[in-house]
Ligand binder design. Structure first.
Ligand code: F3S
Length: 402
């Protein structure tokens, strides 16, 4: 590949991977079964990113393993209804077209494990969305470093990635033992915990002992365990750079044992108040409510539909999800209930990568610690953060805490 026998794009992709491998001291490359590429929204890519992609596509670059895309900056079908400016929409379509030309699948979702591809234990991947990397490593026991856009694309073109970091068993040991002494009742609590721990351990590997929550997590019927872990991992990857965590008695590698370093540093979390204080701004009036960061599962959309049945929202409500999830929810009648209440189930995008600053919103309520962390920085919104029920209440009244 490096000699150029398989063409210029493959040579260039291999060059990128070898440079990366040298930086991180990789001794080998490892074949990957799946690639997930972030860096899809034109909001983040800009003109330079768009040109870069078309340069690859025009030179004939093609992916050789199944490859999916992170969310774009708009719903590719309903962008007009979202209020997306025409110029942005054109650029966004051009970005997605460049990926499609290279053979990438148009999933446009940060939850490829819900749609597109669900990796198994020990599978090597090259994923770039931080929350998805965390989920794949931690909840599914697959192996991926957090790739940048170009390195993920290079992995897709060559089918390989440098073997370092979380591809090696030695890097999967936890060096922090986190004892949680407060109750964790919902996705917002898990997100708040993730916010606190991510800030503390940065890119380390934490091992959670959820004394109070573990029984809830494992035995309460219908409890959306994956939804809680999705919120936990996304928040840790946002406030820190955690790409792998273990939960005693819950995640697969923790269940197998031997992943807690004997000299792990202890961390005790006795309260989540600091996280809720940091992630909540002063906004009393709410004009925008965002659910689905990471992208909502079917179970989450069902819950929103349940809370909205027969009611009417005052604020703009987005439930963001993969298009495939939206289609399945539609077939079950949940999208209709949400739309009848005045809400929207928006596919292909999310509140952080869409240009919401152009849509005139001032204040947002969300049940996602990750969205609450990024929205003030990325979109200039004043944010309220709390569990789903409180967010839906805010959508119905236009106010927080009523
Ligand atoms: Fe996904 Fe957007 Fe949140 S990409 S994890 S919904 S910031």
């Amino acid at each position: 590949m490096l000699a150029g026998e398989q063409g210029e794009p493959v040579r260039k992709a291999m060059e990128i991977l070898l440079a990366l491998g040298k930086i991180y001291g990789a001794e080998d490359l490892v074949p990957v079964t799946h690639v997930q590429i972030a860096g899809v929204s034109f909001k983040n890519l800009g003109e330079a990113g768009l040109e870069f992609l078309w340069e690859w596509a025009d030179k004939g670059a093609r992916v050789r393993v199944p490859t999916t895309l992170n969310p774009a900056g708009m719903d590719m079908a309903q962008w007009r209804e979202m209020g997306i400016p025409l110029e942005f929409a054109h650029k966004q379509v051009a970005v997605v077209d460049a990926y499609l030309a290279m053979g990438v699948q148009r999933t446009l979702s940060c939850t490829p494990y819900l749609v597109g591809y669900r990796p198994g234990m020990g599978e090597h991947l090259a994923w770039s969305e931080s929350s998805a990397v965390s989920f794949a490593n931690s909840v599914l026991g697959a192996r991926s470093n957090r790739e940048g856009g170009p390195s993920a694309l290079a992995a897709a073109i060559t089918g390989r990635t440098p073997k370092y970091g979380l591809h090696l068993a030695s890097a999967r040991l936890a060096h922090y033992r986190v004892q949680v002494h407060c109750p964790l009742q919902n996705e917002a609590d898990f997100g708040a915990l993730g916010y606190l721990v991510g800030k503390r351990v940065r890119n380390g590997v934490p091992y959670f002992q959820l004394r109070t929550a573990a029984p809830d997590l494992t035995v309460v019927p219908g409890r959306d365990v994956e939804g809680m872990l999705k919120a936990l991992g996304a928040a840790m990857a946002a406030s820190g750079a955690v790409a792998l965590y273990h939960v005693e008695g819950v995640t697969p590698e923790a269940c197998r044992g031997g992943v807690l370093s004997p000299d792990a540093l202890p961390i005790v979390v006795a309260s989540l108040a600091e996280a809720f204080a940091a992630l909540n701004g002063p906004a009393g009036t709410i004009d925008f409510v965002s659910i689905g960061c990471p992208h909502a599962s079917l179970a989450e959309i069902e819950q929103v539909a349940h809370l909205l049945r027969g009611k009417r929202v005052q604020a703009t409500l987005w439930v963001t999800a993969a298009r495939q999830t939206r289609e399945e929810a539609k077939q079950r009648g949940w999208v209709e209930i949400i739309e009848a209440a005045g809400g929207h189930v928006v596919a292909d995008t999310c509140v952080v990568v869409a240009p919401v600053e152009l849509l005139g919103f001032k204040s947002m309520a969300t049940n996602s610690a990750k969205a609450a962390f990024y929205a003030p920085l990325h979109s200039g919104l004043s944010v309220r953060f709390g569990p789903l029920e409180e967010c839906i209440q805010a959508a119905l009244t236009g106010k927080w805490g009523t």
